[in-house]
Ligand binder design. Structure first.
Ligand code: NAP
Length: 335
């Protein structure tokens, strides 16, 4: 009797996960969002690079005008040239903003000014990055910048643009780029798993609320994707291994366009699905304890700890990681 109960639980747990995934893969085609939402304009945060750039290009290829919001750096400079050249009939607006700024008006004011005269029906909250380093050895400034960029900016942006859509009775869609990193803890990059699990739960929660207003919400969890994301990985071996196994940003965009308005939580690729299946066998509580016990014995832990301590010996805490240091210093400048 007990064996049958466990067999049924095991079967349902796998079948109810894998079944819908197979259904989506076989039956969901890539949708034209201009037709689906009668959309004229989209906003893509982090639209200058990687998954965001592929999204900006795909939307433009569907005839949708795009507002690109990203840091004022080489990627943005290059997007300013490449996008209008590739899509001459499409309008682009480039808004250079630091979404990691502690004061949200630093990025919301330019974004609102750049979109006051247009109706943005599609919002892609995609900007984000990994901050590698032990929590107590990383500057609070770098930590808060990552939290702001990965979460707070997405909340601010979503609140503003969904509010406008509801007030104008317009249909639309809001999209979030989360990560399978959010399924479990990520020691040595603690802000990553926490900010991504926030994003997932936030997206799924507001999805249920916004549907009656004809606003679809979708959150995707990409498997490793070949982008500048890994520039912030430092010498963390797990991340450099993932980079070698990574797929194309276009695959993530296609998965998002297949699923938007048809399902809320999108799990893409071998790594994401593998992680989910692993957590069906090893419960979250067990995984947490395994990490708690074994992570400190892992080579990366000592390498990262010693690296941070060495840097701290000579300089300020703010320069602990390349990405965190850059973003933190930009946040300071932006205020
Ligand atoms: N690549 C992966 O394996 C992977 C896997 C799962 C989830 N993701 C998620 O996918 C999203 C896109 O990342 P990606 O892989 O495409 O990496 P990416 O090429 O580094 O793109 C990140 C984008 O976010 C922008 N950005 C970062 N910090 C910002 C800030 N403070 N203010 C404004 N814009 C900022 C970047 O702008 P600049 O280029 O101008 O700096 C860039 O356009 C991220 O949320 C990431 O967490 C990636």
């Amino acid at each position: 009797m007990l064996t049958t109960v466990f067999a049924v639980i095991g079967f349902l747990s796998i079948a109810l996960y894998v079944g819908p995934l197979l259904f989506q893969t076989i039956f969901f085609n890539v949708q034209n969002l201009k037709k689906k939402y009668n959309a004229q304009w989209a906003l893509v945060t982090g639209g200058s690079s990687g998954i965001g750039l592929a999204m900006s290009e795909t939307l433009a290829s569907q005839g949708i005008n795009v507002v690109v919001a990203a840091l004022n750096d080489k990627a943005m400079e290059s997007a300013k040239v490449s996008l209008p050249r590739k899509f001459p009939g499409i309008q682009f607006r480039f808004v250079s903003v630091n979404l990691g700024a502690h004061d949200p008006t630093v990025y919301m004011t330019p974004l609102i000014e750049a979109t006051n005269d247009i109706s943005v029906q599609l919002v892609f909250n995609n900007a984000g990055y990994i901050l590698v380093g032990l929590f107590h050895l990383t500057s609070l400034e770098a930590i808060m910048s990552c939290l702001n960029c990965n979460n707070i900016a997405a909340v601010q942006i979503t609140h503003h643009f969904t509010g406008r859509l509801v007030a104008e009775s317009q249909k639309g869609a809001v999209f979030f780029t989360s990560s399978p990193g959010g399924f479990m803890a990520s020691p040595m990059a603690p802000l990553y798993s926490t900010t991504k699990s926030f994003l997932t739960n936030f997206a799924v929660s507001i999805a249920a609320e916004l549907t009656p207003n004809n606003i679809d919400v979708c959150v995707i969890h990409p498997s490793p994707t070949n982008t500048a994301f890994y520039n912030g990985a430092g010498n963390m071996s797990t991340l450099t291994t993932f980079q070698k196994l990574s797929g194309s940003p276009q695959a993530i965009v296609d998965a998002a366009l297949r699923c938007i308005g048809r399902t809320v939580n999108v799990e893409h690729g071998w790594y994401t699905v593998g992680n989910r299946l692993l957590l069906k066998i090893l419960d979250y509580t067990v995984m947490s304890d395994l990490m708690w016990v074994f992570v400190r014995g892992q080579g990366d832990y000592e390498k990262i700890r010693v690296g941070q301590l060495e840097k701290l010996g000579g300089k300020t805490v703010g320069s602990v990681t390349a990405r965190g240091g850059v973003v933190a210093s930009k946040a300071v400048k932006g205020q």
